[in-house]
Design a protein around this ligand. Structure first.
Ligand SMILES: CC(C)(COP(=O)(O)OP(=O)(O)OC[C@H]1O[C@@H](n2cnc3c(N)ncnc32)[C@H](O)[C@@H]1OP(=O)(O)O)[C@@H](O)C(=O)NCCC(=O)NCCS
Length: 185
């Protein structure tokens, strides 16, 4: 795959970015981008100059967009928050997500960023944290985190991200947000 700033892509391919967002999140996060219009707004926001990066992975032979990643600077730019990351379901498990995160890490290192950060919601009973009362010790529950049906924390863990926190009930009772972080460089 070839990775470029999404701004360098045609309007048609930028439209594909919105479609990928809807398709990739539909099954497990149906409220994230329920329609094309909400996804188009997200793509436009990611292309804004105040964002740290908005990069697309393109098939080298067909030029098709396979996935994309956005990042926002937080904590005065010392941290970049990854949001969103989506790979076309037809091209998942082929290394596209890895290529996008690695590319972002390279850009973050160049920009002097110390930490990559992300939150990944569990709204669909994908992990052992779903449906549980995480109090009084959310971190004990986090330490015992288990996957049930392909929650992306396992993907990020393979890329060297560490579990860094959990926000109980972020998306409703028993539906937490799981935080992960990685030192850059
Ligand atoms: C999560 C996502 C970005 C991964 O992209 P991908 O291109 O499929 O990932 P890769 O092919 O680079 O996978 C790298 C490794 O992680 C593993 N992996 C990928 N997705 C996984 C998942 N959901 N659960 C467990 N392992 C996963 C792969 O099997 C691979 O392992 P290997 O190196 O041992 O072969 C993609 O599945 C996606 O867009 N999912 C829906 C949206 C989403 O979850 N976004 C992230 C929200 S924070």
């Amino acid at each position: 795959v070839k990775i470029l700033h999404l701004r360098e892509a045609s309007a048609e391919l930028i439209g594909c970015a919105a479609e990928i967002l809807v398709k990739a999140f539909r099954e497990n996060w149906p409220d994230a981008w329920p329609d094309l219009a909400s996804a188009e707004r997200e793509v436009a926001d990611c292309l804004a100059p105040d964002r740290a990066a908005c990069r697309g992975a393109f098939d080298e032979s067909t030029g098709a967009l396979l996935g994309w990643i956005g990042a926002t600077p937080i904590y005065d730019g010392r941290v970049w928050e990854i949001h969103p990351l989506a790979v076309d379901p037809d091209f998942q498990r082929q290394g596209v997500g890895t290529a996008l995160v690695r590319d972002l890490e390279r850009l973050a290192a160049k920009a002097g960023v110390l930490t990559l950060w992300l939150g990944s919601d569990d709204e669909n009973a994908m992990t052992s944290l779903a449906g549980a009362d995480l109090y009084p010790d959310p971190l004990a529950h986090l330490a015992a985190l288990r996957d049930r049906k392909g929650h992306p924390f396992a993907f990020y863990r393979k890329l060297g991200f560490a579990l860094a926190g959990v926000l109980p009930d972020a998306n409703g009772l028993g539906k937490p947000d799981i935080f992960m972080a990685k030192r850059v460089g």
